[in-house]
Design a protein around this ligand. Sequence first.
Ligand SMILES: C[S@@+](CC[C@H](N)C(=O)[O-])C[C@H]1O[C@@H](n2cnc3c(N)ncnc32)[C@H](O)[C@@H]1O
Length: 302
Amino acid sequence: MLAAEALEGLALEADGYYVDATFGRGGHSALILQALGREGRLLALDRDPQAIEAGRRRFADEMRITLEHASFADLATLVPAHAHQRPCRGVLFDLGVSSPQLDDPMRGFSFRADGPLDMRMDPSRGEPVSAWLARASVDEIRQVIASFGEERFARRVAQAIVAARRRSALTRTSELASVVAGAVRTREPGKHPATRTFQALRMYINDELGQLERGLGAAVALLAPAGRLAVITFHSLEDRLVKRFLQRESQVDPALRRLAVLPPKARPPLKVIGRKIRPGEAELARNPRARSALLRVAERVP
Ligand SMILES: C[S@@+](CC[C@H](N)C(=O)[O-])C[C@H]1O[C@@H](n2cnc3c(N)ncnc32)[C@H](O)[C@@H]1O
């Protein structure tokens, strides 16, 4: 998604060291490797073990890539361990779920096909969302659905979930989807009534915004001067976090703005490059899932 635009944003240098923080199935990584020369190196991460397994098969003969099953929240320790003191020239984040995650009912992300109610990007850690839904209070569920799904009828959905689990445990995606559909009608044409609830629960169980905040902070700290940060978001909550982060990291603290000379520590570490970029018509025609994607780019200042 937004691949050509993201690559342009990274302003790749052939012998640079780069990080693909969200490998997925390696679409962006493959393009980065194409643009790198023999000395260029790429560290690619994904918190989904299946993504890393598929990547190791796909790039079995590629010596310039290192694949790691890890979260980008841990970039601050991962990059120094792999980069061997090479300056990091760019970090790419392509957020959200991958198509293989969404399309595999066994992962529990989709309300369109029946599967276990799991939703973990990394099934080797934490608990499936069904376990949390079995014990959370109406108010906890309401709060998650309201804040991460921006669902106006969050209380109604939360009450319906708790009433349903009293009858029998909610363990399947289809059960949750029909409980939500029974509680609220969709107000958005073409959208299933459970879209917002599924998004919210996925974001909560994977701590997506918390991980993103940590990952962005670590990326800024480890980028070399003139290194680039490119972030593709998939919905408004993510984009809002990225936009605010970039604003905060690229603006001088208002309390210090009147100083004739800024102390080095007060200089903002980032400069925003260009405006936010949306997918073009051709990409939207090829991939309707790209409709809400947005790319933002920034550069580390010396
Ligand atoms: C939209 S897909 C990336 C697609 C990829 N750019 C490609 O070209 O195939 C997002 C990926 O990010 C991964 N992901 C999400 N949060 C993550 C995190 N905190 N750390 C590492 N990977 C994460 C997901 O598991 C998923 O595979």
